[in-house]
Design a protein around this ligand. Structure first.
Ligand code: HEM
Length: 441
């Protein structure tokens, strides 16, 4: 006889849950947690149940499980964008091999070589702003973060090519964050002929064609440049083989999609929080001004308060509120045996609000990161384990440089009322509005 496995408790009926989750994952998870405790069962998509844990021990059990415990986690709708030969579409040995090749491009020396490009991108954006101009942080920061990826990852240099790429990416992002596409993704409508899917395929194809031109140019003229595309083209697997052009395109698009809105939203949050907390803004401003110039990348990275501010922005509304894994094998989680076929998730949206770890958790208080060191099971804005965000160092490195340049050269006044309102902004959640008045120093 078939018996239902004994799962952690959770609300029923479940049919409305994917919609509540899509509307506001933070509110959804935090209210289910308030009622059912730190490990609960919900339905966040049409296909499978998800057992969610916000307990550090449960988070550790997910992040330290052997790699073959999990299948590739992405739903088909996301694979449509990210591609099947990209890292995010892989699991098991293929994922491990690919990560081993890509990871060094985003760390250490490779990263240091990109600092100057990030600095120049932020400085150039600032030069384009008029004194007294009011911009929406989400748009202004998206433009900077997009140019950063196009220059550092795709290796786009000329102005005209930059325009072409920007247009193609914004077009892809618009089809991707279209409500009809998000809804069909949540309801798992996978048919290629379905108009939102068809529009997305066409937009992705246009971007892939542009990228293919960059790759062909490097095949012809060589790869002696600092950008990540060049590094990826030089990289060799253990057997001496290289990435195919399709794998390069898929990985670049995956990095672009995973890397620009997330960094832009972290920057947007910085302005939304700093504008509401003048004492924090002042302390940060003093620290940055004390550098005397804004072009020493290593000195920027070493600033302790800047580091704490960025972490606090990542804590409060983490861009990925639930780090998902699909089980290929049963997993022991907080005393339950979760069967294969279900999803499990480490819930940053709730974990980061745990008052035992983060006293007065609703408060924007960067000092907490100076007072205490958090483990990889307590602070998880980049996920964890063998699928931890490959851009975790790059993202923080970038956000710190951009913030340092902008604050060193300008003054910013938030033009919004005090109560913060959070809503969906495409695939991520963010402040409903963060208008900022810019003044050159
Ligand atoms: C502040 C910015 C960012 C945040 C908050 C963020 C967050 C995340 C999270 C939570 C995951 C899932 C990790 C897991 O499943 O354990 C992830 C995966 C990933 N991120 Fe990021 N990310 C950011 C920036 C970037 C950047 C700049 C890049 C690349 C340029 C990037 C590329 C990726 C890739 C390729 C994956 C998939 C890794 C895999 O499946 O092995 N991210 N990111």
């Amino acid at each position: 006889m078939h018996t239902m496995p004994h799962l952690p408790p959770g609300p029923t009926p479940r049919f409305w849950q994917p919609l509540a989750y899509a509307h506001s994952p933070y509110r959804f998870f935090r209210s289910v947690h308030a009622r059912y405790g730190d490990t609960f069962t919900v339905r966040t998509n049409a296909l499978t149940l998800t057992v969610v844990t916000a307990h550090p021990e449960g988070v550790g059990q997910i992040f330290t499980a052997p790699a073959d415990t999990f299948h590739m986690t992405l739903p088909k709708s996301l694979l449509r964008i990210l591609g099947r030969q990209g890292l995010s579409g892989m699991h098991g040995e293929a994922h491990r091999r690919t990560r081993k090749l890509i990871s060094p491009c985003f760390h250490g020396e490779s990263l240091r070589r990109l600092g100057g490009m990030i600095h120049a991108t932020a400085a150039e954006a600032l030069e384009g702003w008029r004194d007294g101009e009011v911009w929406q942080a989400q748009d202004a920061m998206r433009d900077i973060a997009l140019d950063v990826i196009l220059k550092t990852v795709f290796g786009v240099e000329q102005r005209e090519r930059l325009h072409l790429f920007r247009a193609a990416v914004l077009d892809l992002a618009a089809t991707f964050s279209n409500p009809a596409f998000i809804l069909s993704a949540l309801l798992s409508v996978e048919h290629d002929g379905w108009p939102p899917n068809r529009r997305l395929d066409a937009a992705r194809q246009r971007l892939a064609a542009l990228l293919q031109e960059n790759i062909a140019e490097r095949h012809a003229t060589g790869t002696a440049r600092a950008d990540i595309l060049s590094r990826l083209m030089e990289a060799r697997f253990d057997d001496g083989s290289r990435f195919s052009d399709t794998a390069l395109v898929d990985n670049l698009i995956a990095n672009l999609m995973a890397g620009h809105e997330t960094s832009a939203m972290t920057l947007t949050w910085s302005f939304a929080w700093l504008g509401r907390h003048p004492e924090v803004a002042q302390r940060l401003q003093d620290e940055i001004d004390s550098l005397g110039s804004d072009d020493d990348i290593a000195a920027i990275q070493a600033l302790p308060y800047l580091d704490a501010v960025v972490k606090e922005c990542l804590r409060l509304y983490p861009a990925v509120p639930d780090v998902l894994r699909m089980l290929a094998k049963p997993l022991q989680l907080r005393g339950y045996e979760i069967p294969a076929g279900l999803n499990v998730a480490a819930c940053s949206a709730v974990l980061h609000m745990n008052p035992d770890l983060y006293p007065d958790p609703e408060r924007f208080y960067p000092e907490r990161f100076l007072e205490k060191t958090y483990s990889g099971n307590e602070f998880i804005p980049f996920g964890g384990g063998n699928r931890v965000c490959i851009g975790n160092h790059f993202g923080v490195f970038e956000v710190k440089i951009v913030l340092a340049v902008l604050l060193f050269r300008g003054r910013y006044t938030l033009q919004e009322p005090a109560p913060l309102r959070v809503a969906r902004r495409g695939f991520l959640m963010g402040p409903t509005s963060a208008r900022v008045r810019f003044q050159r120093k």
